[in-house]
Design a protein around this ligand. Structure first.
Ligand SMILES: Cc1cc2nc3c(=O)[nH]c(=O)nc-3n(C[C@H](O)[C@H](O)[C@H](O)COP(=O)(O)OP(=O)(O)OC[C@H]3O[C@@H](n4cnc5c(N)ncnc54)[C@H](O)[C@@H]3O)c2cc1C
Length: 413
């Protein structure tokens, strides 16, 4: 792995350069490494504010798009600290894989979320009181200073500290008594690291729907302590709320689809916004053409999230062009993509496996269109995902127990 040297004199660790390139992600990783051991475990829960992100990695936008992979971030941290000292950080990286696996094994949870979300949007159009309360919350005009500040941070910067996300979701659900599905929708539209699994399931966890009956209640004293006194919403929060409940849904884990294999010697390579690092995918064929499928615009077109995505896609094109020596462009529509694929004169297009969510649905359309032109879409699942996702059959703690073994196996590969 070639690592970009991080110049500490130019940028202190407190400042995050959110440039959506692999080079900027690697630079942030290198800068954060000394902090990823015991210091992370001790300090990570404090939200120091947008001017100081020195106690957390802030790598989530790069990880969510797989501009950096979980595997390389984990490996680098383990090289520096070893498992015992870096356990907390490594656990957090595995939370991301746990959520992904959990949802992949239970896509019906996302189906219900989406139909509820759309029904609530229709209700919002008809219910003036709900519409007014939602508008106030989304505009950061609730009068709860911390919440209003986080709305501003979310919509202008596109990122929030983990603890702020937990407090935000809890206040949205239990104090403002707004539907959690529309809170998750608001986050998804603005976060640079927007990820269907981490976002939807974390909102469910806060609401008390993931671990039945266990919800997360934001308390003024906790906010004051972990924002170092920047906020203290004493008397403004509902601190006695009960967890939400929902109609029964069978969530017994299903099976992952079987991993697909590439059969041809010449293939086209298609990347998506879910996975923008082709070099760590094992492609057993010659890549004769490459493209990035332009991601669906969800959220404000010129907001931080969509600007990050578009520039990340361009960065991936430039990397593929240089490394595979093939002309690479972002293909904005299925028609454009099919025209590119047919021009390559190949029988297979390989793409990293995209889990359930907007990219997975886009790929289903691409697959149908390619099939009608006699081209097979081969979704290659990463070894990391094949190994971790099936472990999300129960709570995270079941996976956590297996971490030392998993980490040792992954280090040995
Ligand atoms: C309501 C809510 C919504 C969220 N929505 C998203 C989302 O859309 N996308 C997203 O990537 N994360 C989401 N998270 C998880 C978490 O808040 C972010 O991953 C984390 O804040 C990113 O900051 P960091 O990169 O500094 O993390 P660090 O603390 O430095 O951790 C390193 C990496 O581990 C992963 N990670 C850390 N904590 C979690 C977690 N609790 N769940 C899953 N992965 C984690 C991230 O990839 C992160 O970059 C959400 C959490 C909540 C409570």
């Amino acid at each position: 792995m070639s690592l970009v040297q991080y110049n500490h004199s130019l940028q202190p660790l407190s400042h995050v350069d959110w440039t959506p390139t692999r080079a900027a992600g690697l630079a942030r990783l290198e800068a954060f490494l000394p902090q990823a051991g015991p210091a992370y475990a001790r300090t990570r829960n404090t939200d120091l504010g947008p001017q100081d992100r020195s106690n957390v990695s802030a790598l989530s936008p790069w990880l969510a798009r797989r501009i950096l992979t979980e595997e390389e971030v984990g490996r680098r941290v383990l090289q520096v600290h070893g498992f015992v000292k870096a356990e907390k950080f490594i656990q957090e990286v595995y939370w991301r894989s746990y959520w992904k696996g959990w949802l992949e094994l239970r896509p019906q949870v996302l189906t219900r979320f989406n139909s509820d979300r759309l029904a609530l949007k229709r209700l919002e159009a008809d219910d003036a009181d709900l519409a007014h309360r939602l508008a106030q919350a989304r505009a950061g005009q609730t009068g709860i200073a911390c919440f209003d500040a986080w709305v501003e941070e979310l919509t202008t910067l596109g990122w929030l500290h983990n603890h702020a996300r937990m407090w935000f979701a809890s206040i949205w659900i239990f104090t403002l008594q707004l539907p959690w599905q529309l809170g998750a929708d608001f986050f998804f539209k603005h976060l640079m690291d927007a990820d269907v699994a981490s976002n939807t399931l974390s909102w469910r966890w806060v609401a008390g729907l993931h671990t039945k009956g266990k919800h997360y209640v934001a308390r003024a004293s906790n906010i004051e302590a972990h924002t170092q006194g920047r906020f203290n919403p004493v008397g403004q929060l509902n601190e006695t709320a009960l967890p939400l409940a929902e109609p029964f849904l069978e969530t017994g884990p299903g099976q992952l689809p079987l991993a697909e294999m590439c059969l041809e010697r010449r293939v086209g390579l298609l990347l998506t916004a879910d996975d923008l690092h082709p070099h760590s995918i094992n492609i057993p064929a010659k890549v004769v053409g490459a493209a990035v499928l332009g991601s669906a615009i969800i959220g404000p077109n010129d907001g931080p999230k969509n600007c990050f995505l578009r520039r990340a896609e361009q960065d991936a094109c430039a990397r593929m062009q240089a490394d595979f020596d093939v002309d690479t462009q972002v293909r904005a529509s299925v028609e454009d993509l099919v025209a590119w694929a047919t021009s390559l004169n190949v029988r297979e297009i390989v793409t990293p496996y995209a889990p359930v969510g907007p990219t997975g649905w886009q790929l289903a359309d691409v697959q149908a269109a390619l099939t009608s032109h006699g081209i097979r879409l081969v979704r290659l699942r990463r070894a990391w995902d094949s190994k971790t996702w099936p472990l999300a059959t129960g709570g995270f703690f079941k996976l956590k127990e297996k971490l030392p073994k998993l980490v040792a196996e992954q280090a040995g590969r």
